[in-house]
Design a protein around this ligand. Structure first.
Ligand SMILES: Nc1ncnc2c1ncn2[C@@H]1O[C@H](COP(=O)(O)OP(=O)(O)OP(=O)(O)O)[C@@H](O)[C@H]1O
Ligand SMILES: [Mg+2]
Length: 303
């Protein structure tokens, strides 16, 4: 997890220490604070095309996520709920991981800890080698803004803002210049298939369209990591499939994804499925890398 002496040239880690030293948050995405020299050590498909890709291609050798003996207790009156009880795993760059398990087993709690929305009661969460469990709230906010994209079941778009303005919001918070924000927001809306809807407000969009705006918003600052909690939970099967396809494309384009879901079809699209029960990981299942999504095949072997 600490990458010391591994020859990674401090790539990424020093650069995100206070979240402010990354040169251009809205700039070319593949340099996660790395230098030209260090970036050239790693193959990146981004370099093949000449133009910057929409989604980041992190070049660090550090895991995207490292979780060690992670715990989260909730105190409720006199009693304690052990929502996450000593969970350990890594997610490497480019992985597409689904977290599944019965209601109440701690999936959302775990995702919120990884996304620096919540803090652990014990153990460590590191995102791209940076220990996020001990950050101050201010550090956490900055870190989250620039390194993690979060998609929720209920979209949480700003109702008074247009699709484009919603996508621009995290860029404004990250102080990306105004002109750049508009261009990038348009580019992202095109990517999610909503180029023609940029001026619509959330109430003028279907559920699936709203979720696609929310996904574009999550990608606004080129996060290293996309997290999603039940992203198809509010959608009908057909609309859910559009989101599943979009996630597949994002992952194929280099985005690291961790998605919590009850949706078997969504879980089936991931390369790896982490099964949870009662706050613990009971199974960590790798699949054969499947470029193409099985169309209406049998349910996964998870049982
Ligand atoms: N803020 C909170 N305060 C107290 N207990 C909580 C809190 N949030 C979650 N819990 C409890 O922690 C446990 C795990 O909750 P969590 O929301 O992580 O489950 P989940 O796996 O996401 O479930 P679902 O599939 O229904 O969304 C549950 O027993 C829940 O009641
Ligand atoms: Mg949940």
């Amino acid at each position: 997890m600490t990458g010391e002496g591994s020859g990674t040239r401090d790539e990424g880690r020093g650069a995100v220490v206070d979240g402010s030293s990354r040169s251009t948050p809205g700039g070319p995405p593949q340099h996660h604070g790395g230098t030209e020299a260090s970036a050239s050590h790693h193959h990146s498909r981004a370099r093949d095309t000449g133009s910057p890709p929409l989604v980041p291609r992190p070049s660090s050798l550090l895991p995207a996520v490292s979780v060690r003996d992670l715990r989260r207790d909730y105190r409720m009156g006199g009693e304690t709920v052990h929502a996450v009880r000593g969970v350990t795993f890594d997610v490497v760059d480019g992985e597409y991981v689904a977290v599944v398990g019965p209601s109440g087993c701690g999936k959302s709690t775990l995702l919120n800890l990884v996304g620096v929305i919540d803090r652990p009661s014990g153990g460590v969460v590191a995102v791209r080698g940076r220990d996020v469990s001990t950050m101050t709230d201010k550090e956490a906010t900055l870190f989250r803004l620039r390194n993690v994209g979060f998609v929720f079941q209920r979209f949480y778009l700003m109702p008074t803002l247009s699709a484009r303005e919603n996508v621009e919001l995290p860029m404004a918070e990250a102080k990306v210049p105004r002109a750049e924000r508009g261009a990038r927001a348009r580019e992202l809306l095109e990517y999610v298939g909503l180029g023609a809807r940029e001026r619509h407000r959330p109430s003028q969009l279907s559920g699936g369209e709203q979720q696609r705006v929310a996904i574009a918003r999550a990608l606004a600052n080129r996060p290293a990591l996309l997290l999603a909690d039940e992203p198809t939970g509010e959608l009908d099967a057909r609309t859910g499939e559009e989101i599943i396809r979009l996630f597949g494309r994002l992952n194929a384009d280099g985005t690291t994804i961790v998605v919590v879901t009850h949706d078997e079809e969504l879980a089936r699209a991931a390369q790896r499925v982490i099964h949870m029960r009662d706050g613990e990981i009971t199974r960590d299942e790798w699949r054969v890398a499947s470029g193409e999504r099985p169309a209406g095949g049998p349910p996964p072997a998870s049982g």
